[in-house]
Design a binder for this molecule. Structure first.
Ligand code: IPM
Ligand code: MG
Length: 348
């Protein structure tokens, strides 16, 4: 039994999570395993109604009563401060210490790549984003706010423990993939925080002689992802570098509508979410692409041992992309619900 908390959040979140749950339920029947789901009303509506973002009782329930959290998207124009998203999305990553943000990127259909002459399968990388440190720690503030003398500061933190654990994960992942690991940083400008990453990498590398590990400045990495994307296998970076490079990489294979992710820490409740946002402009139109949420659900199943079901969902998604049985962002004419129904049918 996999216990899954559903946090649809804002905007198209509930549409894509409904689609993902439909596919999960279908896969559970087809592959004979059990899931239990519970919906949580957390997001902008709740915040505007009650002033609550992530009440303690719900946080504790998410932490203690579930194996996994499947999250939609957060962000609503009625909450310009984005306080609820910060408390819920960044809050869960931080408080649950979900330090591994894994964002796989694969080209399923050459047509979706904005680069010239790239064949399907040629772009296949895993972005590993450190998910708890760097400038995301929320330490900082403003001095003389709103005046001409204003000074603003945000602290960038890297800990040795934080570097070691995410680098170990990355080395282990590289071992299971094509054996190539690249650390992307700005050690040439951010000497202390990113210098620490480089020392940690150099000290761990001898323990993984079968992995080819190297470093690349993040700006050069951004350029090479465009010019030589096929060279990348496992790409690791700090919270901000990983955030930026994962959007760039996603754009190479069809955009955020196809980009899934997981946020994990072994032994703790794991979180799965599409990389895309809440897209308030297309709410209710049926145009929301559910594939990123469905692929995130497949990552969930894989992590909980349902490998055959995860493989089948991945394959069905790739085939629906190639056959253009998709929403308009990927060149199709299907609605969110139709995509989910077609995938269920493909699963048999
Ligand atoms: C992501 C998003 C978030 C982040 C935003 C919404 C705070 O861009 O999940 O990649 O920066 O982590
Ligand atoms: Mg991002």
């Amino acid at each position: 039994m996999i216990r899954i908390a559903l946090l649809p959040g804002d905007g198209i979140g509930s549409e894509v999570i409904t689609a993902a749950v439909q596919v999960l339920d279908h896969a559970a029947r087809r592959f004979d395993f059990a899931i239990e789901t519970k919906w949580f009303d957390l997001g902008a509506d709740r915040y505007l109604r009650t002033g609550e973002t992530l009440p303690e009782a719900e946080y504790c329930s998410l932490r203690d009563d579930f194996d996994a959290i499947l999250l939609g998207a957060f962000g609503d124009p009625r909450v310009p401060s984005n306080i609820h998203a910060k408390d819920i999305l960044l809050g869960l990553r931080q408080r649950l210490d979900l330090y591994v943000n894994l964002r796989p990127v694969k080209l399923h259909d050459a047509r979706l790549c904005p680069l010239k002459d790239r064949a399907a399968g040629e772009i296949d990388m895993a972005i590993v984003r450190e998910n708890t440190e760097s400038v995301y720690v929320g330490i900082g503030g403003s001095f003389k706010l709103g005046t001409v003398d204003e000074i603003a500061q945000n602290m960038m933190l890297s800990s040795r423990k934080g570097c070691d654990r995410i680098l170990r994960f990355s080395f282990d992942l590289a071992r299971k993939r094509r054996g190539r690991l690249v650390l992307c940083d700005k050690a040439n400008a951010i000497e202390s925080a990113h210098g620490l990453w480089r020392r940690a990498l150099a000290e761990l590398a001898p323990q993984y002689p079968d992995v080819e590990a190297r470093t690349l400045y993040a700006d050069v990495a951004a350029m090479q992802m465009v010019t030589h994307p096929h060279q990348f296998d496992v790409v690791v970076g700090d919270n901000m570098i990983g955030d930026i490079l994962s959007d760039l990489a996603a754009a190479l294979v069809g955009g955020l509508g196809l980009a899934p992710s997981s946020s994990t820490h072994p032994g703790r409740v794991a979180m799965y979410e599409p990389v895309h946002g809440s897209a308030p402009d297309i709410v209710g139109t049926g145009k929301a692409n559910p594939l990123a949420a469905i692929l995130s659900a497949a990552m969930l199943l894989r992590d909980f041992g349902q490998v055959a079901a995860a493989d089948a969902i991945d394959t069905a998604c790739a085939e629906s992309v190639r056959a253009r049985e998709t929403t308009p962002d990927l060149g199709g004419t299907r609605t969110t619900t139709q995509v989910a129904e077609l995938l269920c049918r493909a699963l048999g």
